[in-house]
Design a protein around this ligand. Structure first.
Ligand SMILES: [Zn+2]
Length: 292
């Protein structure tokens, strides 16, 4: 019996989760299924950070549904949850829309993820489906299995028949909000919005071209006011960004020839090998992880 116990404890030790210094941070953060009981705070940057005291976006609200619930990524800084609720109320006023279908925010404590995004780590990023939320009572199972729709051509150089004025209005409302730093959409979508907007164009500056944003758009909030340890991205270049979006589209349609290599160019900094470990993240993230 004693020998059996010894063998058992050796086995337990060998297979217990190695919370060692070399464990990839995505495994540590991916294992947490609730937010930390801390004062809400976003730490680090969008692609290397974590979130303390995250709030859970309710799976279903009066004007939204969170999708793909099995991923447990409906967590964010409370400001993000408030923002999404506000935007969903606006969306619900559009013809054919009862609100928004909301994809990934962050994991309960943010941090790197086992699959998918590089960003979405500070609880300030959210993906919103382009599929109009025509009903707000989808079952869990349906929310796992239905897909969004693309509102652009396959090469993302132009919008397709799924694009609507309602999308334009929702994106405009989304961008006008002071809490927002940037919104990513496919280049062809931005070009269409540039063509269609007849009023104030200032908000267009926040709508940025980025590939693979035709099934959803990605909203990125700025660091909350006065937040310490939260690093904003540089603001987008001045102006409405419409010429730049057109250039993206031109490059899709007529790809420029590859630039010849400059033999005198400085060598690129070697990138860190392997996935991030906890020590690569801001130091506050260790307590976010350990907290109850
Ligand atoms: Zn995203």
């Amino acid at each position: 019996m004693t020998l059996f116990r010894i063998i058992l404890s050796v086995l337990v030790l060998a297979f217990a989760a190695p919370v060692g210094a070399q464990t990839p941070a995505k495994q540590l953060f991916g294992a947490k299924d609730t937010g930390s009981r801390q004062k809400p705070a976003a730490y680090g940057s969008y692609s290397k950070g974590c979130v303390a005291g995250a709030a859970e976006l309710a799976e279903t609200g009066p004007t939204w549904q969170a999708m793909r619930l099995s991923r447990n990524r409906n967590w964010g800084h409370p400001d993000l949850v408030d923002y999404l609720q506000d935007l969903s109320k606006f969306a619900a006023k559009q013809p054919g829309w009862k609100g928004l279908y909301i994809g990934d925010l962050s994991q309960p404590r943010g941090g790197p993820m086992l699959s998918g995004h590089r960003s979405h780590q500070m609880g300030l990023d959210a993906d919103i489906w382009m599929l109009p939320a025509s009903r707000i009572n989808l079952s869990r199972n349906t929310r796992e299995n239905i897909s969004s729709i693309s509102v652009s051509s396959k090469n993302e150089a132009s919008v397709n028949g799924n694009w609507s004025r309602a999308h334009h209005r929702i994106l405009r409302e989304a961008a006008k909000d002071k809490r927002v730093a940037r919104i990513f959409v496919s280049p062809g979508i931005k070009v269409q919005m540039c063509k269609d907007e007849t009023g104030n164009r200032r908000w267009l500056r926040k709508i940025r071209s980025w590939p693979y944003h035709n099934y959803h758009f990605h909203v990125r909030l700025a660091c909350p006011k006065g937040a310490k340890g939260c690093t904003n991205q540089n603001p987008p270049p001045k102006g409405d960004g419409c010429a730049e979006a057109q250039q993206w589209v031109n490059n899709i349609l007529n790809p420029p020839p590859p630039k010849p290599k400059d033999p005198n160019a400085p060598k690129a900094k070697p990138r860190k090998k392997g996935p991030y470990v906890l020590a690569d993240l801001p130091q506050q993230c260790a307590s976010v992880l350990q907290s109850q």
